[in-house]
Design a protein around this ligand. Structure first.
Ligand SMILES: O=C(O)CCC(=O)C(=O)O
Ligand SMILES: [Fe+2]
Length: 266
């Protein structure tokens, strides 16, 4: 982000509030992050049904965070997000790193209540489409029903969703997440919508709220455009799609406001 630009310049769509910043980090920064992520011992990865993840910053419980210092290679990026966005009241203290193979995704969910309601997602390597879908009513899920939610926010009070099809002014919409981009969402986009990534290698981005910002000239008009994961975006006739050919890594950066300093008083 240039010095003269404010976060407001990066708002996309009409819903409060979705922010999309293309090229938030450089190629070198992306390479450095990927190296660090894949340097971690295999035991740092937790495998789920449809993706694997690394948890950094400590353990999130319903009542707050049992903290662990973030490594400096992560604070470098989380501090940049904190400073440049101006949207977090305190520095980010928790990062979830997800790895998705081209046929993997994440089911529709809303992030758990332990987090401050602003999420920043940095995307690496492969483009992907994130679908936002409205819901009208939320009921807090007690620990007895968290098993049906395959999510890492998991046993600390993931929110169970009651989708109401009669929501009229709310519409589903896709967002394109290109490598090296940062997406931030909060307000209604956080509280009234679920977010999901389809577990398919071909994802439709028709109607994406950030099509111009994300693609700026990258769209290939033909199916022979397989130069790199970053440009596997095609428009064949009316079909707007992203073809995932490499794994995608994302860094979900959040703030858990309540931090437990002393394990024994937790
Ligand atoms: O990988 C992503 O882009 C989304 C991850 C996510 O929604 C989450 O960890 O809560
Ligand atoms: Fe999420």
């Amino acid at each position: 982000m240039e010095r003269t630009e404010t976060i407001d310049n990066f708002k996309v769509g009409s819903l409060p509030t979705l922010i999309y910043i293309p090229d938030f980090i450089t190629d070198n920064e992306q390479t450095m992050l990927l190296n660090k992520i894949y340097e971690a011992p295999v035991s740092k990865w937790k495998s789920l049904k449809n993706r694997r993840l690394q948890n950094w910053g400590g353990t999130v419980h319903e009542k707050g965070l049992l903290p662990q210092d973030l490594p400096s290679w992560l604070t470098k990026i989380t501090y940049k997000i904190y400073e440049e966005s101006g949207l977090f009241p305190l520095p980010i203290n928790h990062v979830l790193i997800n790895e998705y193979l081209p046929n993997q995704g994440i089911m529709a969910h809303q992030d758990g209540p332990a987090y401050y309601p602003v999420v920043a997602i940095l995307s690496l390597r492969s483009p992907v489409v994130m679908d936002f879908t409205p819901h009208s009513r939320l009921t807090l899920c007690k620990s007895t029903c968290t098993n049906d939610v395959e999510d890492t926010n998991s046993d600390r009070g993931v929110i169970k969703i009651d989708t109401d099809k009669s929501m009229d002014e709310h519409h589903p919409f896709p967002v394109i997440l290109m490598p090296r981009s940062l997406m931030i969402f909060k307000d209604k986009a956080y509280s009234d919508y679920l977010h999901a990534i389809k577990d398919s290698e071909v994802q439709c981005y028709d109607g994406a709220v950030n099509e111009v910002e994300a693609l700026h000239g990258q769209v290939m008009n033909h199916a022979s455009s397989q130069l790199d994961g970053a440009v596997d975006v095609m428009k064949t006739g009316d079909l707007k799609s992203i073809h995932r050919t490499t794994p995608r890594i994302s860094l979900t950066c959040r703030l858990v406001p309540k931090v437990h300093k002393n394990v024994f008083r937790f």
